[in-house]
Every structure is written in C-alpha cells, then in structure tokens.
Design a protein around this ligand. Sequence first.
Ligand SMILES: N[C@@H](CCC(=O)N[C@@H](CS)C(=O)NCC(=O)O)C(=O)O
Length: 260
Amino acid sequence: MQNICGNHTYQCGHRSPSHGQLYSCSFVKEVLPPSLDSSSEPPALFDGTSRLYIAYICPFAQRTWITRNVKGLQEKIKLVPIDLQNRPAWYKEKVYSANKVPSLEYNNEVKGESLDLIKYIDEAFEGPALLPDDPAKRQFAEELFSYTDDFSLANYKSLPSPADIGDEVVAAYDKIEDALSKFDDGPFFLGQFSLVDIAYAPFIERFQIFFAELKNYDITSGRPKLALWIEELNKIDAYKHTRQDPQELLARMKKRLGIA
Ligand SMILES: N[C@@H](CCC(=O)N[C@@H](CS)C(=O)NCC(=O)O)C(=O)O
C-alpha cells in the first residue's frame, strides 16, 4: 500500500499519488510557531514571503496546512498561526478583510476559502500533484468537494441533541463508505491519496472523536472502507503533524455545547 509525504528527495520507496513515481517519506517535522494574538506585531507583510495564515484548531485551515505539508512546501510557505479568540487587529485590517482563517499571502495577493486554496496551492506550487488526470476521478472529486459542507453540517447538527446519532448522520457516513468503494486502486476516495482526502480529513478526525465520546457511536463500525481510510491516513506524517490533541478538541466542543 502506498504512503505519501511532503518531501521530494526521492529515496524511500513510496509512490507519488498521480504518477506512480517513487519518492521519499522522510517528512521533516517542523517546530510549530506560537499563535499570534492582539499583542503581536504583524509579519513584514507583502515582502515577497508566502504565508499561510491558519489557526491550529480550525478544520478549514487544517486542509490548507496538510496540503502545504504533503507538497513539501514547509520552506516555501511560512505558517502563521493566529489566535482566533484574541485576534490581532492587523489581520482583518491589513491581511484578510473577511477576518477568517485560512488565508494565503502569495505574490502580493491574499486569497481565502479552504477548498479554493487547496486547489490553488496544488496548482501554483511544486510538489506531487494531488488531483489525478483521469476525468472520471476529477468529476468524482468535484462531487465530493461539493458534498463537504452538507456532510459537516449533518454532523454538527446532530451534536447538541441528546438523542441518538440520527438518520442523517448514519446516511452521511454510509455515503462516505460508498464513495470509498468507488475506486479500487487504493484506500482513498480517488484510490490514491488526493485533495479529496485532505478536504474530509480534519472533519472526520473531529467527528470520530465527538461521536465516540458524546454519543457512544463508532463511525467505523460496519464500515470497513472508512476504517481502512482512517488507518491509512494516520500513516501520512504530513497529515499526522497537523492533528490536534483529541482531548483538547473534545474539551472545546463540550464547552461550545455547554456540557463542559
Ligand atoms: N468557508 C471558509 C470557512 C473558514 C472559517 O469559518 N474559519 C473559521 C475558523 S475554523 C474562522 O476563521 N472564524 C472566524 C470568524 O468567523 O470570525 C473556508 O472554507 O475557508
């Protein structure tokens, strides 16, 4: 089974997702910078440095962070984490007027929206291509990108209710299991690892924890494809390094639900 990482010294025998080339998986674990808050000076904006503004706890931002890592862009794109609870005023005023994360400062422009950004980073930067050329796979990728918001909404909606998991969530995970069955050349949505996996990973990472702890519901039960997808995803260092402490994610969600 293939693995992927964000380094392009072609050494250790794992296959690139789109071309079947061999390349290394010696992902270099970077020391993560501290989050900037309202007391922090802005970076030297628009000085030619590419910057990815994220919040460590944000699943949307995590999509872009994973993409940057998988493509081996740790040196090319500087990570700038923001404390969303105590945001620096300059972020809205000078960087991204939508005042959300993620955003990407690149070539004197700032762009936002995580799904647009992961596609943009994949196309505009070097590193392994994270969408296959196969038109059938491309079309399925678009269908799955379109479903991400409905998927996470169904999940979030079910959390505050004291009732069982609910039909909508069961149907959402059944749809994921079906999607994972479509291509059989690998354990990922399009067979090989792609941007589609990156789009879903931060959300499934969180809901697996929340449903297990808050609703005693195992999303992988009776869903072998999903179980394998999670297992294979967790072998990818470039993703693993972006994972948050499950207990912290759970504590935040409990607080948000008023059950802390
Ligand atoms: N649709 C946006 C959603 C981004 C988003 O909602 N980010 C949250 C953090 S997880 C945020 O910045 N919230 C700050 C706010 O809404 O003020 C995307 O996909 O990038």
